[in-house]
Write a protein that binds this ligand. Structure first.
Ligand code: HSE
Length: 431
């Protein structure tokens, strides 16, 4: 049986999961794949931390060059995460004729164009299934399973940490800070957890999904990003009472010849499948012309689920190598009907709005008067409390409005003397 040598850079949580799967599933994999996948070297800067697999000492190196420059290694798995030095390692490895498997969403989102071009020029491939949705085979499904489809939109819950926090707030009445603390204890958060809660990690993943569905590798600055840090327990609770869940959604939506790309907390109806995605689970809901509306769902983080995706990429690559062919991944073709990216000011959405206002006659008239001036129509209003505290939450749902108009209206409303705090506005999607 042909032996294919693999080098692993990054023996952390997911890296040790990959070694574990290749060890535990050795026979199953060789039977299914028809080649022997042999881990030839493993690089990490520190081997002292305890892992759930052991490594033969002869495989260990602290210098990535020992892997990159090894002529017998065909495939390199990069699992160190972050942009540097991962970018330099992958660049050098491609130049040395290696194929790459990576889970590095931040790197591909920021430098994908350069790296994918280099790979193509060198007749090599970069596989990245584990970069979105961990073990959910979303990349392969979009690229191969749905190859003949045109896509209309993507709605993704693609950050497990944020989803865990929002679910905890909705279901257990935890405050944001309590929920964040638990999320960090669970170990799914990024090293810098602001990447999760500020929506950056979701934006990185959205860049990759948009690339696969619409053939455009958008820049992170093209994406409107709003995280969940400002979401309060009050809003989660009021939304629930109104029949909605708040989810951090990564959205790519085709509107005529424009594409909207945005990440923000969103109210979705409780009856929708996405609203029942709780905890660290991810779900990617895509609409396409042939296959219709599809939902890909499962754990979005975790050692073995991410490692499962890495192993699947590894196996894909072995098939080309086994046949002695350059077996490139399918071309990613731009959707030529998309002429430009729509700016956030120009999107139209329904909104949930919470005003904190004085409890006295005429307040609603003042608010609705400003909204009316901007052509914004109110769908429902609820005053949540009647207290002597004088400041009460007024929760409003408004019909479709242009974002720019709503922002201008809120700017004026927030300066009214009867309004005591900055208003909260959360976009809504019917999905
Ligand atoms: N920090 C990420 C998350 C890990 O919470 O989803 C998986 O990419």
């Amino acid at each position: 049986m042909k032996k294919i040598n693999v080098g692993l850079i990054g023996f952390g949580n997911v890296g040790s999961g990959v070694i574990k799967i290749l060890h535990d599933k050795r026979n199953l994999l060789s039977e299914k794949v028809g080649v022997e996948i042999n881990i030839k070297k493993v690089c990490d800067k520190d081997f002292s931390a305890k892992r759930n697999v052991s490594l033969d000492k002869s495989l260990i190196t602290k210098d990535a060059k020992d892997i990159i420059h090894d002529p017998q290694i065909d495939i390199i798995i990069e699992l160190i995460g972050g942009v540097h030095p991962a970018k330099e390692h992958i660049t050098e490895a491609l130049k040395k004729g290696k194929n790459i498997v990576t889970a590095n969403k931040a790197l591909l989102a920021q430098h994908g164009r350069e790296l994918f071009t280099l790979a193509r020029d060198r007749g090599k491939s970069i596989y990245f299934e584990a970069s979105v949705g961990a073990g959910i085979p979303i990349i392969k499904s979009l690229r191969e399973g749905l190859v003949a489809n045109h896509f209309y939109n993507i709605f993704g819950i693609v950050n497990g940490t944020s989803n865990f926090i929002l679910s905890k707030m909705a279901n257990d009445q935890c405050t944001f800070d309590q929920a964040l603390r638990q999320a960090k204890e669970n170990g799914f958060a990024e090293k810098d957890h602001t990447l999760d809660i500020a929506g950056i990690d979701s934006a990185h993943k959205l860049i990759l999904l948009t690339y696969l569905c619409f053939g455009r590798l958008v820049n992170i600055n093209d994406i409107f990003i709003e995280g969940i840090a400002e979401i309060s327990l009050a809003d989660v609770t009021y939304a629930k009472e109104l029949g909605f869940q708040i989810k951090l959604l990564a959205i790519a939506k085709k509107e005529k010849d424009e594409l909207e790309v945005r990440v923000h907390p969103t109210l979705i109806p409780q009856g929708h499948l996405l609203s029942s995605v709780t905890g660290i689970n991810n779900a990617i809901y895509v609409s396409s012309d042939l296959a219709g509306n599809l939902l890909f769902y499962g754990p979005g983080a975790g050692q073995l689920s991410a490692a499962s995706a890495v192993v699947s990429d590894l196996v894909d690559l072995t098939q080309g190598i086994k046949a002695g062919l350059f077996r490139p991944t399918l071309n990613i073709v731009p959707d030529k009907t998309i002429k430009k990216l729509r700016k956030i000011d120009d999107i139209e959405s329904r909104y949930y709005i919470r005003f904190m206002a004085e409890d006295k006659p005429g307040v609603l008239a003042k608010i609705s008067g400003v909204l009316a001036k901007f052509g914004i129509s109110i769908a429902s209003v609820t005053q949540k409390e009647r207290t002597r505290a004088q400041v009460v939450p007024i929760v409003m749902i408004i019909h479709e409005a242009r974002e720019k108009n709503l922002r201008e209206a809120l700017g004026i409303i927030d300066r009214l003397s009867v309004i005591k705090h900055k208003s909260v506005a959360i976009r809504m999607e019917e999905v």
